[in-house]
Design a protein around this ligand. Structure first.
Ligand code: MN
Length: 497
């Protein structure tokens, strides 16, 4: 692979890459990402797969403890979710795959080996569009997670709640060349995992962890440099920072005439640096061997086709559905970051049809971007928001039955999903008076007031600015409920008559 071949793309990421070239060195980055699949039970046991906030060792079975005589049984749901995520990665689904034992000794791994897929992974080659950069996926394989160690004083405590949790490890090709590339790729993986319904992809709960392989070499060099692997990054920010730090560390070594060691390093968030952990094992150190207790996984075409046919809409499909609305890219991305709102917007468009529903859909899009996704509301639960109610509210707004503040108040009340907007508007006394009959009575009253005389003669003299004063009087008279544009029309007509 030639290092000159940095894709010519117009993304934010490519601009970032140039920053690195000032040094004359180019980083090359590949990422392994462990995604926790959202199954009810573990990969090979019936224990609960949701160990959030649970008592240590309360979500385990004899299989997770590796008690003598235990036999793992493959969870079909994990296979289904792996295939779904594989399809989202534009990847080849291998109809035949199998499991292998990966041996290493560590107290959080009671069996002494991890059941993984080494020789025949379930997911073959694919690719991800990371903000305009195409990152190839080498393969993805199913494996079980290990437990967790907590070091307290001189003791180490073992919690096996996570042991046996199903993971899909997605291995990318070294197609990234900047911290921004790496971050964009990780963000896109998260989005795909969520949209495919394969994982909660919650970083706080460790549903996604990133191992970043990074090497540096002079731009145009024929060979990649020696790489270091930064293990277990659990936030996008730390991926970014670790790449930046590691790039500078490696360049500095090379500039001093020293060598980069091939090793595993950890990331210290507090120190803002990577630190050596151990020298990197080779495949042979793991003594991989076929797992004799789990039969090979043989998928039928029909099984895969059914998953394909029932795939939830991926971000690309939503984008295509919204294209006619002419939204700015930042609004599109903001809505895509919220699966629920993205699905609702697409349902709105499917219900109304385009171009007929364009105006209503745009009103709703504005609410999403400016109200629901604002800092004060973004963390709220939007599940209860009903599409029919949204459409009804947007239609009332389009017909000027509501002003924008009232629409916002009702929108926020809809989040509990209980009431219809019309009923709410009446109950909250927010409906605007647009009825000309009612408004004419108010306008007549306002025009008859002595303080209106000056404005009326100004308007007759062609100074239309004065109409604002009269509309203001109408608003006052109607206690803020008159529809200002209808009122101003009536005023104009009456004065000119
Ligand atoms: Mn792994």
């Amino acid at each position: 692979m030639s290092l000159n071949n940095v894709n010519g793309r117009g993304s934010e990421a490519s601009k970032e890459t140039e920053k690195y070239l000032i040094y004359g060195y180019l980083p090359t980055i590949g990422i392994e990402c462990h995604v926790q699949l959202a199954t009810k039970t573990k990969l090979f046991s019936g224990a609960d797969n949701d160990a959030r906030e649970a008592e240590p060792n309360s979500k385990t079975s004899p299989i997770d403890f590796a008690l003598p005589g235990m036999l793992p049984v493959l969870n079909k749901e994990a296979v289904r979710l792996a295939v779904r995520l594989g399809l989202a990665l534009n990847a080849k689904i291998n109809l035949r795959s199998r499991f292998d034992r990966k041996h290493y000794f560590y107290p959080d791994l009671p069996k002494g080996y991890q059941i993984s897929q080494f020789y025949q992974p379930i997911i073959g080659a694919g690719w991800v569009d990371a903000g305009g950069l195409k990152v190839r996926v080498e393969h993805a394989h199913l494996e079980e997670d290990a437990g967790k160690l907590t070091h307290v004083g001189g003791a180490s405590l073992v919690d096996l709640n996570r042991a046996g949790t199903p993971l899909l490890e997605i291995v990318s090709m070294p197609d990234m060349h900047s911290a921004a590339d790496a971050k964009a790729y990780c963000l896109e993986l998260q989005r795909l995992a969520i949209y495919a319904g394969a994982s909660d992809a919650n970083l706080y709960y460790g549903n996604m962890r990133f191992d970043v392989n990074i090497s540096v070499a002079k731009q145009g060099a024929k060979k990649l440099g020696t790489r270091a692997e930064i293990k277990n990054l659990n936030s996008f920010r730390s991926v970014e920072r670790a790449v930046e730090y590691e790039f500078e560390r490696q360049v500095e070594l090379l500039e001093k005439g020293e060598k980069v060691k091939q090793e595993t390093r950890g990331w210290s968030e507090a120190k803002g640096k990577t630190l050596p952990q151990r020298s990197k094992e080779e495949a042979q150190d793991y003594r991989y061997m076929p797992e004799p207790d789990v039969p090979p996984v043989v998928l039928s075409r029909k099984f895969v086709d059914e998953i394909k046919a029932n795939m939830p809409l991926l971000p690309e499909k939503h984008r295509a559905c919204w294209a006619e609305l002419g939204l700015s890219q930042s609004v599109v991305e903001a809505i895509l970051d919220n699966l629920i709102l993205a699905q609702k917007l697409t349902t709105v468009i499917q219900k109304l049809g385009l171009p007929e529903g364009r105006e209503i859909a745009k009103i709703i899009t504005n609410w999403f971007a400016n109200i629901l996704l604002s800092e004060e509301n973004a963390a709220k639960d939007f599940h209860q928001l009903e599409v029919e109610a949204l459409i009804e509210l947007a239609e009332m707004t389009a017909e000027k039955q509501l002003n924008s503040n009232s629409a916002k108040d009702i929108l926020l009340k809809l989040l509990d999903g209980k009431k219809r907007p019309k009923a709410l508007a009446e109950e909250m006394n927010l409906l605007q008076v647009s009825d000309s009959g009612e408004l004419e009575i108010i306008v007549d009253k306002v025009l008859g007031l002595p303080e209106s005389a000056q404005a009326v003669s100004d308007i007759k003299a062609g100074q239309m600015k004065a109409i604002g004063f009269l509309v203001g009087q109408v608003m006052k008279e109607s206690k803020g409920k008159a529809n200002p544009s209808v009122a101003s029309e009536i005023i104009r007509r009456k004065i000119n008559d």
